[in-house]
Design a protein around this ligand. Structure first.
Ligand code: NAP
Ligand code: GDD
Length: 356
C-alpha cells in the first residue's frame, strides 16, 4: 500500500447509485484511477456518472466493467484485472420496503455479494494490498436498544435488508480478523442529495413538490410519516468512506449528524421552503408504503469518527431540504428559489462535484 494518491486505483461496486457516483467524483478529484462495476440493464443506468465518462479531458480516470453481485466469477475476474488498492463495496438492493417483497434476492446481493467480494480478495492473494470498505447501515440498529446509537449499540435489525446487511457487517469483520484484510465498516445513517433514488422518502417528497408546482401532480402518497431519521448530506458521507480507508488500522465507524427528525418535519420544512403552504392539503397516506416491521427512530452518535478523522457534518436537515428542492425545481424547469445553491456555494467553496 505504498503507492501515492496519484497512482492509486479504486474499485467501486454500485458506482451508478447515489453514493457510488459522488464517490467517483471525489476519488477522481483526488487523483485516483476509478473503476466501477455496472450491472447490465435493458436501459442505460449510468445517468449519475454520465458527466464523468463524457469528460474527455479525463479519459484515463474512469473505467466501467459489467458485473453483478450475484456473479462470483465475473467479480473475481474484474478484481484480478484491476488489482485495486481500495475497494468501496456499495452495490446493494438498498430499498428497505422492497426487501420485504424480494427477500431472497436481497440476501443474495447484499449478504452473499459481500462475501463474494471478500473471497475474491482472499483467493487472489490480495489480502495485503487491497483495502475493503463495506457500506454498512444504521438500519442494523432496527428496534433501537439506546438513543443515540454508536459503534457499541447492539443490532436489532427489522427487515430482510437489514438482516442481509448484518451478515455483510460481520463477514467484513471476520475477514479482517481471520485473514488480516484491511476491511472496515462505515455504519452510515441516512444520507440524501439531489441524486437520491426517487423512491426514498426524501426525494419522493422533493420531486413530488416540484411536480405539484409544475402542475403535473396534485398529491404525494406516503406511508408512515411519524418515523424519525438522522438525515445527512451524501457528498459529506462519501468523503468519510475514503477517510475510513485512510486510517492506520481497519475499524468500524458510525457516520451521522446526531439529529433526528420525523418525515412530518421533513414535509413541513420542504413545503414551507417551496412556498406551497400547509403540507397536509397535498399529502395522502397510502398503506402500501408501510413496512411490516418499521424502524421508528434512528439517531447516531459519530464521536468516534469525529475524533479519528474530524468528521463534522456541515449540512443539517433544513439546508438539505433547500439543496434538494432547488435541484428538483431545476430538473422540472421551474424558477429556482436559490437558497440551496447559496448554501452549497458558501459551505463548499472547493466543491468537487458538479451542481446537480
Ligand atoms: P443506491 O442509490 O440504491 O445504489 C445502489 C447501487 O447498487 C446501484 O449502483 C445499483 O445499480 C447497484 N446494485 C444493486 N444491486 C446490484 C447487483 N445485484 N449487482 C451489482 N450492482 C447492484 O444506494 P445508495 O444510497 O447509493 O447506497 C450505497 C450503499 O450504501 C448501499 O449498499 C446501501 O445499502 C448503503 N447505505 C446507504 C445509505 C443511504 O442513506 N443512502 C445509508 C447506509 C447504507 P443500478 O444503478 O443498476 O440500480
Ligand atoms: N421510501 C418511503 N416511501 N419511505 C416512507 C414513505 C414512502 O412513501 N412514507 C414514509 N416513509 C418512511 C419509511 O417508513 C421510513 O421510516 C422512512 O420514511 C425513511 O424511508 P426511506 O427513505 O425509504 O429510507 P430508509 O430509512 O428505510 O432506508 C435508507 O436508509 C438506510 C440507512 O438508515 C436506505 O438508504 C437504506 O439503504 C439505508 O441503509
Amino acid at each position: 500500500m505504498e503507492t501515492t494518491t496519484e497512482t492509486k486505483k479504486a474499485l467501486i461496486t454500485g458506482i451508478t447509485g447515489q453514493d457510488g457516483s459522488y464517490l467517483a467524483d471525489f476519488l477522481i478529484s483526488k487523483g485516483y484511477q476509478v473503476h466501477g462495476i455496472v450491472r447490465k440493464a435493458s436501459n442505460f443506468n449510468t445517468q449519475r456518472i454520465e458527466h464523468l465518462f463524457k469528460d474527455y479531458n479525463k479519459p484515463d480516470k474512469l473505467f466501467l466493467h459489467y458485473g453483478d453481485m450475484a456473479d462470483a466469477t465475473t467479480l473475481i475476474d474484474i478484481i484480478n484485472k484491476v488489482k485495486p488498492d481500495e475497494i468501496y463495496h456499495l452495490a446493494a438492493q438498498s430499498h428497505v420496503r422492497t426487501s420485504f417483497d424480494i427477500p431472497e434476492y436481497t440476501a443474495n446481493s447484499d449478504a452473499i455479494g459481500t462475501l463474494r467480494m471478500l473471497e475474491a480478495i482472499k483467493l487472489l492473494g490480495l489480502q495485503k494490498t487491497t483495502k475493503f470498505y463495506q457500506a454498512s447501515t444504521s438500519e442494523l440498529y432496527g428496534k433501537v436498544a439506546e438513543i443515540p446509537q454508536n459503534e457499541e449499540t447492539p443490532f436489532r435489525p427489522r427487515s430482510p435488508y437489514a438482516i442481509a446487511k448484518l451478515y455483510a457487517y460481520w463477514i467484513t469483520k471476520n475477514y479482517r480478523e481471520a485473514y488480516s484484510i484491511f476491511s472496515s465498516n462505515g455504519i452510515l445513517f441516512n444520507h440524501e442529495s439531489p441524486r437520491r433514488g426517487e423512491s426514498f422518502v426524501s426525494r419522493k417528497i422533493t420531486i413530488g413538490i416540484a411536480r405539484i408546482k409544475a402542475g403535473l401532480d396534485k398529491k404525494i402518497y406516503l406511508g408512515n410519516i411519524e418515523a424519525k431519521r438522522d438525515w445527512g448530506f451524501a457528498p459529506e458521507y462519501v468523503e468519510s468512506m475514503w477517510r475510513i480507508l485512510q486510517q492506520e488500522k481497519p475499524d468500524d465507524f458510525v457516520v451521522s449528524t446526531g439529529q433526528a427528525y420525523s418525515v412530518k418535519e421533513f414535509l413541513q420544512l420542504a413545503f414551507t421552503y417551496a412556498g406551497l403552504g400547509d403540507w397536509q392539503q397535498y399529502v395522502e397516506i397510502d398503506l402500501q408504503y408501510f413496512r411490516p416491521t418499521e424502524v421508528d427512530l434512528l439517531q447516531g452518535n459519530s464521536s468516534k469518527a469525529r475524533n479519528a478523522f474530524g468528521f463534522e457534518p456541515k449540512i443539517r436537515l433544513e439546508d438539505l431540504v433547500k439543496i434538494m428542492i432547488d435541484a428538483d425545481f431545476r430538473k422540472y424547469n421551474l424558477p429556482v428559489i436559490g437558497a440551496g445553491d447559496r448554501i452549497l456555494a458558501e459551505k463548499f467553496p472547493n466543491r468537487w462535484w458538479p451542481i446537480d
